[in-house]
Design a binder for this molecule. Structure first.
Ligand code: 5AD
Ligand code: SF4
Length: 475
């Protein structure tokens, strides 16, 4: 005989977990994988941190501002944890991600309300770590020998479908480049590529679940060198070629790349693989060779321009995006002008730009010659104004064209569906009257772009659902 518990009996209520992610796409995806693992442990996901038995802050250490957010968030959670304790409810607070890796036990010393600190390479140990954390403060910031991906469950078909038709797949982690401003080689460790077979198996299971687009993730993804079952080593170009043969997958993307690893095979893949979307995120960081050298970027401005020219000669419509840092130590007005010049020369579809932020443990943090805050601010404004102008021009150039759009979610208004163009632009369309939104999700249709409204393109469907599944301009 089974005993029925009243639904609000805390003994029977599923435990609830809230994961809040900061920072990059890798963190967003890590949060998904942690949620898969916690679901197996009987945790239900909740959007509401106040209602959670377990809160995981999946943190970012890339800039000081991002790292400091964690402590204000913990302060808020501490109050809630005390309120819940007064009601006899336990709340575990875990700090994961790159701040966890960088600061380790220091987090618990500064914020004793935190129960568990877990670095990005130890997520597969979460179930055990949570058990330990019940009794005592627990810290795991190892770079373990075992591959965490072998221990993380493959997401179920149901969970994959719930995430939508565009999915992340981690193929590479860590970085060996040691740009002098960057904490990634310290927080994510050395560059490691996942084996080819594991990546293909995961991609196949995604395609079977209905995933249409895969974004391959890695801190330095184009340095991918995965071992195949026959012992050969595959580059990212080889991996993309093999992934393009998977039926059902319509689109492939990858991020983030380093100019030094942009080899000819990968450039040619942009010409030869129709499923590889015409989109390249290639951070340059600065336009001055003096600053690039101080940043230990291992490339000059001219190298970057040469790569862009070559890619465009093979795939003229490709959207180029980038990252920039202004106010790196010692950056003069002339250096900054070089950054503005490279931006004008390339013409970016969109770009991210940041003020330099000194990070503990990095080479650049030891350098003097800091740029005054007001100068950094002025430079950032000037750069962002130029980048915004280019972004608007890029989007405006799409108006009147027909592009295949992958529909991913309901749009902002009723009867609307939202998707992405091959160039990763957000596109909204009205679906035919009487159609269900759900019937359009996960489909690709040709859309004629009609206008640009606050940050989003709008268009009309011109092909029946499912007819257009290629990337690139259809007209
Ligand atoms: N300060 C400012 N921006 C940084 N980035 C990385 N480290 C720093 C730093 N210390 C930026 C780079 C990188 C992006 C993810 O974040 O532009 O490409
Ligand atoms: Fe950081 Fe990217 Fe440089 Fe690696 S290549 S150190 S992740 S900025």
């Amino acid at each position: 005989m089974t005993v029925q518990f009243p639904p609000d009996n805390p003994e029977r209520r599923a435990k609830r977990a809230h994961i809040k992610s900061f920072g990059c796409q890798m963190n967003v995806h890590d949060a998904e994988r942690m949620a898969d693992l916690l679901a197996r442990e009987g945790y239900e996901a909740t959007e509401n941190a106040d209602d959670a038995d377990l809160v995981i802050l999946n943190t970012c250490h890339i800039r000081e501002k991002a790292a400091e957010k964690v402590y204000s968030e913990i302060g808020r959670l501490r109050v809630r944890k005390e309120e819940r304790a007064a009601q006899g409810k336990e709340t575990l607070i875990a700090v994961a991600g790159c701040v966890a890796q960088a600061e380790g036990g220091e987090i618990i010393r500064r914020a004793p309300t935190v129960d568990l600190v877990v670095g990005p390479q130890s997520y597969h140990r979460l179930p055990d770590l949570l058990k330990d954390a019940r009794g005592r403060k627990t810290i795991d910031t190892d770079f373990p020998d075992e591959d965490k991906f072998d221990h993380l469950p493959l997401p179920s078909k149901k969970r994959l479908m719930a995430r939508g038709p565009s999915a992340f797949l981690t193929v590479q982690e860590g970085c060996d480049k040691f740009c002098s401003f960057c904490v990634v080689p310290f927080t994510r460790g050395a560059e490691v590529s996942r084996p080819v077979e594991a990546v293909l198996a995961e991609a196949n299971s995604m395609a079977e679940a209905g995933v249409k687009e895969i974004m391959l993730l890695g801190q330095n993804v184009n340095a991918y060198h995965g071992v195949a079952p026959d012992g050969s080593v595959w580059s990212l170009a080889g991996l993309l070629e093999s992934l393009s043969e998977i039926d059902g997958l319509a689109r492939l993307r990858y991020a983030t790349s380093h100019p030094r690893d942009m080899d000819e095979a990968l450039i040619l893949a942009h010409r030869d693989l129709p499923k590889l979307m015409p989109y390249l995120h290639l951070p340059v960081q600065a336009g001055s060779d003096r600053i690039l050298r101080a940043m230990n970027r291992k490339h000059k401005a001219a190298d970057y321009l040469r790569i862009i020219e070559r890619v465009r000669s093979l795939r003229p419509d490709i959207a180029i995006t980038s990252d920039f840092i202004v106010g790196f130590p010692g950056e003069t007005d002339a250096d900054f002008e070089d950054t503005m010049r490279i931006v004008r020369e390339v013409g970016f579809a969109t770009a991210y730009s940041f003020k330099y932020s000194a990070r503990p443990g990095t080479k650049a943090a030891e350098a003097g010659d800091a740029v005054p805050e007001a100068v950094k601010t002025a430079r950032l404004h000037a750069l962002q104004a130029l980048l915004l102008e280019q972004q608007n021009a890029f989007n405006a150039a799409t108006i009147g064209r027909t592009v295949p759009v992958l529909f991913e979610k309901p749009g902002r208004h009723a009867g609307q569906v939202a998707g992405k163009s091959p160039y990763l632009q957000a596109v909204h369309v009205d679906i035919p009257k009487g159609d269900e939104i759900s019937a359009w999700l996960g489909r690709i249709a040709d859309v004629r772009i009609t206008e640009l409204r606050s940050n989003s393109l709008h268009g009309e469907i011109v092909s029946p659902v499912g007819e257009a599944d290629r990337g690139g301009w259809a007209a």
